[in-house]
Design a protein around this ligand. Structure first.
Ligand code: UDX
Ligand code: UDX
Length: 464
């Protein structure tokens, strides 16, 4: 089956970049990304490519090539669903905040809404692709809903999890380690799988395109994220041990990473992992294991989250204790708010939780992040409901210049590993700060010797 039209529901961090690359590499296929959020679609259609709703290195170039040619962003959801032979579901699947499975299970209401919408409008056979990360066996639920239409339309459900990481999304898509496609092991299922394989084969070698059954594909996505997050929590656990013993976590990471069985990636100690996926996916895994009565499996994976929460808390507590056990009325500069560099995404960023703890200690915070907008920072803090919006506004300021953020500060906390932080005039920063001037490097990116020579009291994660 040759696909001519694709519709993707959800123009977010996953749907937007993924469809842009698919369109770029398949000029013969018309790709339309639809979303209920009109402002988001307007931003995707913006003439000024700096205004795209997602910031990713290389994305604006891809959009510039394909948009208007065979890549479209639209709010006309039903029309585009009906016209497409293949529909990607790429809506968000947040952790449930209510009812059974609260704070653990994935909330599938948006996915179900998509399935119902497809069922309502489809007048021809469709391949429906799960792009969103979903609990194992969600494909079954989607199929059951779709098969109830009663109008004779046939559906095939594929699982095609996304492995792109934010900040490197375009590179991860263009040079994917692997693409995973799960489908029904029947003749029709295999035909649907092949249709999607053909789309990726436009730019990826066949041997990098893995096909499996649906459940393996769904579970592989959760497992990949759980393993990655587990490595970060493991090295973060060792970072605390390093601080207590005089070992240096970078040296330990390098030493173990050279063992080819361990490998060097995902061994950077940090103030804690963030992002929309790691915590959500592990909680999801824990919930599934618990639901199946596999308590030991659930407890094992839950430790990854417990360790991550501990790391964020301990970073904030270390700032308070080092600043002579009080930060009340003291100004603390935050360099970075995004959950990692090269993205404007702040979901689950460690900065939010560190700020919240310091604000509870009555600190005054001045934030500078190269890509995150002030409105987002207040939205993140207000969502915690720890204090009123007015109190957050009074205690935390957002500035658009790092030197201004650090002026008169008692301490600087580095929360995101933005490259530009290493290029600042640190002597100039030092001269404008209160003394002693402290730096707490939650990403271990600044040059320790240089800062100490200037006069800073420098503390980095994982070093005594
Ligand atoms: C990603 C992944 O797709 C998902 O697997 C993971 O669970 C969460 O992160 P992401 O693209 O980052 O999703 O989410 P987001 O940026 O929130 O985008 C989702 C989009 O879907 C939003 O723009 C939202 O408006 C849209 N949406 C949601 C719809 O168009 N229809 C709906 O019914 C619900
Ligand atoms: C992750 C997965 O990597 C990706 O495959 C999946 O599709 C979505 O989830 P993402 O969350 O975008 O991607 O970024 P990632 O690079 O994995 O970083 C997640 C968090 O871990 C960030 O806060 C990052 O700073 C932190 N991290 C990562 C570390 O603290 N140390 C490391 O060594 C690596």
């Amino acid at each position: 089956m040759k696909i001519k039209k694709i519709c993707c529901i959800g123009a977010g961090y996953v749907g937007g970049p993924t469809m842009s690359v698919i369109a770029d590499k398949n000029p013969g296929i018309q790709v339309t990304v639809v979303d209920i959020n009109e402002a988001r679609i307007k931003a995707w259609n913006s003439e000024n490519l700096d205004e795209l709703p997602v910031y990713e290195p290389g994305l604006s170039e891809v959009v510039a090539r394909a948009r208007g040619r065979n890549l479209f962003f639209s709010t006309e959801i039903e029309k585009n669903i009906d016209e497409a032979e293949m529909i990607f579901i790429s809506v968000n699947t947040p952790t449930k905040t209510y009812g059974k499975g609260k704070n653990m299970a994935a909330d599938l209401k948006y996915v179900e809404l998509c399935a119902r919408q497809i069922a309502n409008v489809a007048t021809s056979d469709k391949i429906v692709v799960e792009k969103s990360t979903l609990p194992v066996r969600t494909a079954q639920a989607i199929k059951t809903i779709l098969d109830q239409t009663g109008n004779g339309v046939k559906f095939q459900i594929l699982s095609n999890p996304e492995f792109l990481a934010e900040g490197t999304a375009i590179q991860d898509l263009e040079q994917a380690d692997r693409v995973l496609i799960g489908g029904e092991q029947s003749a029709e299922g295999k035909e649907a799988i092949q249709a999607l394989v053909d789309i990726y084969a436009a730019w990826l070698p066949q041997e990098n395109i893995l096909t499996t059954n649906v459940w393996s594909s769904e579970l592989s996505k959760l497992t990949a994220n759980a393993f990655l997050a587990q490595r970060v929590s493991s090295i973060n656990a060792i970072s605390e041990l390093c601080e207590a013993t005089g070992a240096d976590v970078s040296e330990v990471a390098k030493a173990i990473g050279m063992d080819s069985r361990i490998g060097p990636k995902f061994l950077k100690a940090s103030v804690g992992f963030g992002g929309s996926c790691f915590q959500k996916d592990i909680l999801n895994l824990v919930y599934i294991a618990k639901s199946l009565g596999l308590d030991n499996v659930a407890d094992y994976w839950e430790q990854v989250i417990i360790m991550n929460d501990h790391q964020k808390k301990r970073f904030a507590e270390n700032i308070v204790s080092t600043l002579f056990n009080t930060v009340s009325g003291k100004k603390i500069a935050f360099l970075g708010w995004a959950f990692k560099k090269d993205t404007n995404d702040t979901r689950e960023s460690a900065a939010i939780y560190v700020a919240d703890l310091l604000l509870e200690e009555q600190a005054e915070i001045q934030v500078y992040d190269p890509k995150v907008k002030p409105h987002q920072i207040y939205t993140d803090l207000n969502a915690l409901n720890t204090r009123t919006e007015e109190e957050n506004k009074a205690q935390l300021q957002v500035v658009n210049n790092p030197y201004e953020a650090c002026k008169d500060a008692h301490a600087i906390a580095v929360l995101t590993e933005w490259d530009e932080f290493t290029t600042y005039d640190w002597k100039r920063i030092y001269d404008t700060m209160k003394k002693p001037a402290f730096v707490f490097d939650g990403r271990k990116i600044l040059k320790e010797e240089e800062l100490k020579a200037i006069g800073f009291e420098y503390y980095a994660i994982g070093k005594a």
